[in-house]
Design a protein around this ligand. Structure first.
Ligand code: 13P
Length: 239
């Protein structure tokens, strides 16, 4: 499986930035996915012409209804999006989303035919207290769906996001091994087939090392995904 390079643009990007997605799509790079803000999904799908898969950064747990300002997985699929990120720590922090909410969103995304990137990760305090594995176990127990199909896990230590701090490669390997163990415990053999991404301060400079860690199936990139030059440099670092 070639490494999967996923860009999460967060609340960044105006119409003029579509040119970056067009450049990514035109580069010939494989396995590059971008989650632009909702406002750009439609245009991003058009300019990427399938060469870059486009997804949402969140979705509502319901298909439709009286939920002002929200976007459903069905709406994303309707635009041509093929995946959705759920459970990002910024949504857990800013919007009070818990594991049960995240699980409902995973299910909604799968029902709409989207691949789902489910984000988990510990805070600095949790790591310092030696609770990393316990936190990951609890998040997975509370948010994994019934079926493994179409599921991708992103391990994003909260303290590594946007800080320039990255865990040691041994710590990344340990976390991914722990997650793999939980996935196999939950799904049996199918748990071996679930891709696990690393996210948190990934850059062109550290991507090769991170992508070389056992069981790192790709990266989820924030700040360094905003330009084609930077994201393609990360993609080029994939072994
Ligand atoms: P940064 O790459 O900016 O640290 O963000 C990581 C992230 O949160 C991706 O979802």
């Amino acid at each position: 499986m070639p490494a999967l390079i996923v860009g999460n643009w967060k609340m960044n990007g105006l119409g003029e930035d579509i040119a970056e997605i067009a450049a990514m799509a035109g580069s010939g790079a494989r396995s590059v996915w971008i989650a632009p803000p909702f406002t750009l999904v439609d245009r991003a799908v058009i300019v990427s012409a399938g060469a870059v898969k486009i997804g949402g950064q969140d979705c509502h747990a319901k298909d439709k209804g009286a939920h002002t300002g929200c976007v459903s997985a069905a709406m994303l699929a309707d635009l041509g999006a093929t995946f959705v990120i759920v459970g990002h720590s910024e949504r857990r922090r800013d919007n009070g989303e818990g594991d049960a909410d995240v699980r409902a969103k995973v299910t909604a995304g799968r029902s709409a035919g989207l691949e789902v990137i489910l984000c988990i990760g510990e805070t600095r305090e949790q790591r310092d207290a030696g609770d990393t594995n316990a936190v990951l176990t609890a998040q997975l127990a509370g948010s994994l769906p019934d079926e493994a199909e179409g599921l991708i896990i992103a391990y994003e230590p909260v303290w590594a996001i946007g800080t320039g701090l990255v865990p040691t490669l041994d710590d990344v390997a340990a976390a991914h091994a722990h997650i793999r163990g939980r996935l196999v415990a939950r799904y049996g053999a199918a748990g071996h087939g679930i891709r696990i991404l690393y996210g948190g301060s990934v850059t062109p400079a550290n991507a090769a090392d991170l992508l070389g860690v056992a069981d790192v199936g790709g990266v989820l990139v924030g700040g360094a995904s905003l330009t084609a030059q930077s994201l393609l440099a990360i993609a080029a670092a994939a072994p």
